[in-house]
Design a protein around this ligand. Structure first.
Ligand code: PMP
Length: 356
């Protein structure tokens, strides 16, 4: 008899964006711009010097050191993994598991709950308000009922777009009984960051952990590199559940060298923020509901047509966006990533044609 897969896994469905061959891909919130050419040249030279017959630096010392400097924290406060999803997985392996609960507030990034369930962790689900803001009374209720070991926030929140104001994060930290994990995959697009909290944390508050990625603002989604900044004991706990040599030598170099191009990264972010404003303004003259965004994507809801009709119409015009209409609290909604000016024009023209 063949072995059966864990019964709790059979109930889970995967988290995947549709794979469709199109000219304009605005469905997975990557950067539309490649990384700087000079970074590629430096990386190629660095890779040529690597002893690839040897295992990589197990402690990821150089990259963690540079990240610590970048954020003005100690090296013991930085943990790196293969994308921020793997950082989330390490946190859940270390602090979750059977008999433990984490809290999320829908609609939010689906992988928080999904990875939790893969690790056998229970998920307490709270709801955001109709305009997708956190309702602190609801947060207090869910946290008091479920006493989660970790509370997840996502700021800016994927897929709704808004960053949490600092006072809201502070209020949640005062209510949360365990770790407060703030996923800042899109952090550089926003004006606030929970990294500020790390400098003046109150002992009575939840311990804050900030998760970041090289996939979006750094134009390095293909490299798969993410990290967290938090207290040393959280870093140690994550290291305890990490496989030996999990971060390959090429990736460690890629991340380390990327930090030399912070100004270029910030210039790309500024351009995308400008384009975000342009796309948002055009939405204002179309029959769609839309929500303000502090990230590199915008959530919108066509007023007179179903999400799937518009999604299909866009694909027919070779533009791919994300259909979020089956996600909790997002019926009728689509999410578009801000692309290059040309891509955004293609999207806006196609959308106008679909909505006519
Ligand atoms: N967090 C959020 C909020 C995201 O939107 C994403 C990417 N979809 C991730 C984490 C994962 O990014 P990566 O694993 O590429 O670092």
């Amino acid at each position: 008899m063949r072995p059966a897969v864990r019964p709790d896994l059979r109930r889970l469905s995967g988290y995947h964006s549709a794979l469709v061959d199109v000219e304009v891909r605005l469905n997975t919130n990557e950067s539309p711009f490649g990384p700087p050419e000079a970074w590629r040249t430096e990386l190629t030279a660095a890779v040529a010097r690597l002893d690839l017959n040897r295992y990589p630096d197990r402690h990821v010392s150089a990259l963690r050191h540079e990240l610590a400097q970048h954020h003005g924290v100690a090296v013991e406060q930085v943990y790196c993994a293969n994308g921020s999803n793997e950082v989330l997985q390490s946190l859940l392996l270390a602090y979750g598991g059977p008999g433990r609960t984490v809290a999320v507030f829908e609609p939010t990034y689906q992988l928080h709950a999904h990875i939790a369930r893969i690790t056998g962790t229970d998920v307490a689900v709270g709801q955001r308000t109709d305009d997708h803001a956190l309702d602190l009374a609801e947060v207090a209720r869910v946290l008091a009922d479920s006493k989660p070991v970790m509370t997840f926030l996502c700021s800016p929140n994927n897929p709704t777009g808004r960053a949490e104001p600092a006072e809201v994060v502070d209020a949640v930290a005062a209510l949360a009984p365990g770790l407060l994990v703030v996923d800042e995959a899109y952090g550089q697009f926003a004006r606030t960051t929970a990294l500020e909290r790390l400098k003046h944390e109150r002992p009575e508050d939840a311990v804050t952990v900030v998760v970041r990625t090289f996939s979006k603002t750094w134009s390095m989604a293909g490299v798969r590199l993410g990290y967290l900044v938090g207290p040393p004991e959280v870093v140690e706990a994550c290291q305890a559940v990490t496989l030996p040599y999990h971060l390959d030598a090429v990736k460690q170099e890629a991340g380390r060298l990327a930090l030399r191009y912070t100004a270029e990264m910030e210039a790309r972010v500024a351009l995308l923020v400008e384009e975000r404003g342009r796309v948002a303004a055009r939405f204002g003259s179309l029959p769609v509901d839309t929500w303000p965004s502090d990230a590199n994507f915008i959530l919108f809801r066509p007023r007179n047509q179903t999400a799937s009709a518009v999604w299909n119409g866009l694909v027919e015009r070779s533009v791919l966006v994300r259909d979020c209409s089956t996600w909790p609290g997002l019926s009728g909604c689509l999410r578009v990533t801000v692309g290059t000016p040309e891509e955004n024009d293609r999207f806006l023209e196609a959308l106008e044609a679909c909505l006519q």
